[in-house]
Design a protein around this ligand. Structure first.
Ligand SMILES: Cc1cc2nc3c(=O)[nH]c(=O)nc-3n(C[C@H](O)[C@H](O)[C@H](O)COP(=O)(O)OP(=O)(O)OC[C@H]3O[C@@H](n4cnc5c(N)ncnc54)[C@H](O)[C@@H]3O)c2cc1C
Ligand SMILES: *[C@@H]1O[C@H](CO)[C@@H](O)[C@H](O)[C@H]1NC(C)=O
Ligand SMILES: *[C@@H]1O[C@H](CO)[C@@H](O)[C@H](O)[C@H]1NC(C)=O
Ligand SMILES: *[C@@H]1O[C@H](CO)[C@@H](O)[C@H](O)[C@H]1NC(C)=O
Length: 492
């Protein structure tokens, strides 16, 4: 790793690209563009390793995007934990949902100039085995300590000769008299407020983005729920290498996944942006009793430790990048519910698409770049819409707060229990490898029909009139939790 000074960047040159933020997305944008021959400046307010409970499980679609970008080795040498699928628990019963077969998917695209010297293949380390990742007949995801993964991405970008890194806080997006973006003002400790200029400025400032509003004042997220996170150590996971989704009639969804050989992350949903004051008693009363038995001891220890952290779950449909000189991408552009762990996957896929679209253009030709970015918005949509709408619809079902949603939740679980295509297709949506909103719609309403059928069977002949009424209500509920979001995402 090069150890150049992080405060000395030249402000007199016009860069091809400025990247604001070095979270998950920023380093990938900067690396990809540099490998396409662009001169890039990347600005991050804090280059040392962050400690966060976000972005810890990457779906296979995200791993595939990292391969396309020639950056997949960022998952190596950080004690990352391979993920081979999910297990869904419902009132104590469970069903396994393994990730899709590679043979069912399109080959991974290698972006020219970015993939070289085998950087699209994982390396062998103590937890990631080449053989498993490259030769397994099924796709793999991976979980890790977020900060360690980020440091790997940042080390990769640091090795690009055409990238200059700066430590500082961007305080303003600079515009010229035509209201076009020309760079950013950065507050650099010991140097002051410096203006940097570029043909194209990428806003990758993440969840709490300050600059997403440059696209439109209405481009702001809504928050309806939170996740409370705990760290379990040496937990006895019911199913090795699977993400666990724990559902039930009487509680909010809980997710648990191992992120290293020692550590397991548990995220407990709470149906409001504001979490209870006394988190410990809430966790003890409304979460602990519903944890799978084998996780009991390590969960109790985590509960005792008193270390809980809450994060808001934000929702924000993407918007097209229609301002000359600006490209907002990653969580700054688009957010969905973290229940399905889709954030990094959407962001990385967007980066790969974006670089394919504009990576070979001359960024000084700003109108052409704008045209291509407008096309990019529509071309990436099908991929992102599936992951985004799935996350919102599943959260509604899994956090069911009325009887019709509970009927859909039960129907969804029993649909998975049927196995075969009833598992294989849904997991392709989850994994980020089936970019078809049409197929998602078909599957979602098949689940709704199945829920109605189950309800008829349970009510029997004597309950028929009630079940008929409920059938309508279940259907209406399904339409209500799915269609508005599908529409919003497709039309945004
Ligand atoms: C509770 C929770 C759990 C999640 N779990 C998962 C998961 O399991 N899997 C998954 O794929 N996704 C998950 N996500 C989503 C995932 O975290 C995001 O999609 C991902 O982090 C987005 O990357 P980003 O680079 O856009 O933003 P970020 O990762 O937020 O990075 C933004 C970067 O910009 C820097 N920055 C911000 N402002 C400035 C400024 N003014 N000047 C300079 N630098 C700045 C920040 O320091 C930071 O480094 C989760 C989200 C939440 C809320
Ligand atoms: C760096 O950028 C210059 C043009 O600005 C280009 O000629 C050179 O090949 C680039 N270097 C790399 C390693 O991409
Ligand atoms: C990877 O490492 C394992 C042991 O950790 C070893 O058995 C295996 O042969 C290695 N594979 C390759 C391709 O180097
Ligand atoms: C959040 O809640 C509001 C008000 O109840 C609702 O209209 C909106 O659809 C919800 N958003 C999400 C993403 O669930």
């Amino acid at each position: 790793m090069t150890v150049d000074n992080l405060t000395t960047a030249d402000e007199k040159i016009v860069y091809d690209a400025i990247v604001i933020g070095a979270g998950v997305i920023g380093p990938c944008v900067a690396t990809g563009l540099a490998r396409k021959g662009k001169k890039v400046l990347i600005i991050e307010k804090e280059w040392s390793m962050p400690d966060r409970i976000v972005g810890e499980l990457m779906q296979p679609g995200g791993v595939r995007a990292l391969r396309s970008l020639g950056m997949v080795q960022a998952i190596n040498n950080i004690d990352a934990y391979p993920a081979t699928g999910y297990t869904v628990f419902y009132n104590g019963e469970h069903v396994d949902i393994p990730y899709p077969y590679k043979a069912d998917l399109k080959p991974i695209e290698k972006i020219s100039g970015l993939v070289k010297g085998g950087n699209d293949k994982v390396l062998n380390d103590s937890t990631i085995k080449i053989k498993d990742f490259e030769d397994d007949e099924r796709e793999r995801g991976v979980a890790f300590v977020h900060g360690k993964f980020l440091m790997n991405l940042r080390n990769i970008v640091a090795q690009e000769p055409n990238v200059t890194r700066v430590q500082g806080t961007c305080i303003e997006v600079l515009k010229d008299n035509k209201n076009e973006v020309v760079g950013t003002k950065v507050d650099i400790e010991g140097r002051g407020k410096i203006d940097f200029h570029a043909h194209l400025t990428f806003v990758c400032d993440g969840i709490f983005s300050r600059f997403r509003k440059e696209l439109s004042p209405t481009h702001v997220p809504t928050v309806n729920s939170s996740f409370v996170g705990l760290a379990l150590y040496h937990a006895n996971m019911p199913v090795q290498n699977h993400g666990h989704v724990i559902l039930g009639t009487n509680h909010m969804p809980i997710i648990a996944y191992q992120i290293s050989p020692e550590e397991t992350r548990v995220l407990c949903a709470y149906n409001s942006a504001k979490v209870p004051k006394d988190l410990k008693s809430w966790l003890a009363k409304d979460v602990q009793p519903y944890m799978p038995k084998s996780l009991g001891p390590s969960f109790d220890k985590a509960l005792e430790s008193g270390k809980y952290r809450a994060m808001p779950n934000s929702y924000l449909p993407a918007k097209s990048n229609d301002v000359i000189g600006l490209c907002v991408i990653g969580d700054a552009l688009n957010m969905r519910h973290p229940l399905t762990g889709g954030g990094m996957t959407v962001g990385l896929h967007d980066v790969a698409q974006m670089i394919k679209k504009i990576g070979d253009l001359d960024f000084a030709d700003r109108p052409t770049v704008l045209d291509e970015l407008l096309d990019f918005h529509y071309e990436k949509k099908n991929y992102d819409v599936v992951i985004n709408v799935l996350s919102i619809a599943l959260y509604s079902l899994f956090a069911a707060d009325n009887q019709y949603l509970r009927a859909l939740q039960k129907g969804c679980f029993q649909y998975f229990q049927r196995g075969g295509d009833c598992v294989n297709t849904p997991v392709q949506f989850l994994a980020g490898v089936l970019p078809s909103p049409f197929k998602l719609t078909k599957v979602f309403f098949s689940v709704a029909l199945y829920s109605i059928l189950i309800n008829f069977q349970e009510k029997g002949i004597s309950g028929l009139p009630m079940a008929l009424f409920e059938a309508i209500m279940i259907w209406v509920t399904a339409v209500k939790v799915f269609t508005p979001f599908l529409f919003k995402e497709l039309s945004s």
